[in-house]
Design a protein around this ligand. Structure first.
Ligand SMILES: Nc1nc2c(c(=O)[nH]1)N[C@H]1C(S)=C(S)[C@@H](COP(=O)(O)O)O[C@H]1N2
Ligand SMILES: [Mo]
Length: 339
């Protein structure tokens, strides 16, 4: 399927996002084409390699076919919150947003991971709440999503590797989730731990040199900022597996790795917690990691970024201080980065 050339018109027809119907009918068409191609070459493959056919049996058909069929759809599509808009650029096409991904648990050397998510089963899912809380809890994600009032927010998304997108996320404020956790007043920071499922996430066993599971953290003022968002969906539907199903965070004024995916644990602590990329490369990835065009990464400039509307339509645009969210967050960093 990957060597079928898709006419560019299919990807660029819509100004904003590819609609679900367009995607489904396009996929059906591509599937028919590729079934035809398989039939033609069936004879030489008839006694082919079993492992390969098992892997392809598990292989999703396409990047939007990885929305878990048992993901709760209550509350979808959610009403867009008009406060959060990105006036200077269009939405990224949803195919690009779910095809070009960073998710090391599946593969750290490629930006294409959706086809590796076949064995991953995000629902049912429990989040453990521990540390400095009144009482440790377990939250069922399905129940959590049903109990929150979902909204859509269009946010800029900026990876530290100088590419960016504009994404309509569905979810609820992180402050609401934190409220539900009843942290003690002594908690100064919150820590998020991602899933480590060796059998479902092929990048974990194949890259044993990483300190799995992935972990991130924030100061409490950051985590309770109005912009800090718990994401359960995008483009009006539940999250795809590669975008972090069943639940992730979006911190739009920070570089992308400060948006942990597939969260299984929330822990309240009283000092700055270690974070995955900062532990691995402290000279390249700081704890705060706020988007800043004036602070180059040691290996590249951060002054501009490659804005991706589709995987083919990519343009260089200037990077904005705090990714354009200074109005909401600059006050937290006056008087220096307390880190
Ligand atoms: N658990 C986990 N979360 C993660 C990552 C990861 O590898 N593992 N990658 C981060 C990085 S570097 C980026 S840029 C974003 C990418 O999110 P997207 O694939 O939805 O664009 O996820 C972040 N969250
Ligand atoms: Mo990133």
């Amino acid at each position: 399927m990957s060597n079928i050339i898709i006419p560019p018109g299919w990807l660029v027809a819509d100004r904003d996002a590819t609609s679900r119907d367009t995607y489904v009918s396009r996929r059906e068409f591509v599937r028919k084409l590729s079934l035809g191609a398989v039939a033609l070459t069936a004879a030489p493959m008839a006694c082919g390699n079993q492992a390969a056919s098992r892997a392809s049996a598990n292989r999703p058909d396409g990047p939007l076919d990885t929305i878990p069929s048992n993901a709760t759809r209550t509350g979808y599509p959610a009403v867009r919150n008009a406060t959060f808009r990105v006036p200077e650029r269009v939405l990224t096409d949803r195919i690009a947003a779910s095809s070009y991904n960073n998710f090391y648990e599946f593969d750290g050397s490629s930006k294409k991971v959706w086809h590796l998510t076949g064995a991953y089963e995000p629902f049912p899912w429990t989040i453990e709440v521990t540390g400095l809380v009144e009482k440790p809890l377990k939250l069922d994600v399905d129940e959590l999503i049903r109990s929150m009032s979902l909204e859509e927010r269009v946010y800029r998304f900026r990876c530290v590797e100088a590419w960016s997108m504009t994404i309509p996320w569905t979810g609820f404020p992180l402050a609401k989730l934190i409220d539900r956790c009843n942290p003690l007043s002594t908690a100064t920071h919150v820590r998020f731990v991602s899933a480590k499922r060796d059998k479902q996430m092929p990048g974990i066993p194949s890259q044993p040199w990483y300190p799995w599971p992935f972990y991130e953290g924030f100061r409490m003022d950051e985590a309770t900022n109005e912009l800090a968002f718990v994401v359960t969906g995008m483009y009006g539907e539940p999250l795809t597996k590669q975008n972090g199903s069943p639940i992730r965070i979006a911190m739009p004024w920070k570089y992308g790795y400060k948006s942990p995916k597939a969260i299984v644990r929330i822990e309240f602590v009283d000092k700055q917690p270690p974070t995955f990329w900062n532990d691995l490369q402290p000279t390249e990835y700081s704890f705060l990691s706020n988007v800043n065009p004036n602070v180059p990464h040691p290996r590249w400039s951060q002054a501009t970024e490659k804005f991706m509307r589709t995987e083919e339509d990519i343009r260089r645009v200037p990077t904005q201080m705090f990714n354009g969210y200074g109005e909401w967050v600059a006050g937290m960093y006056r008087g220096g980065s307390r880190g």
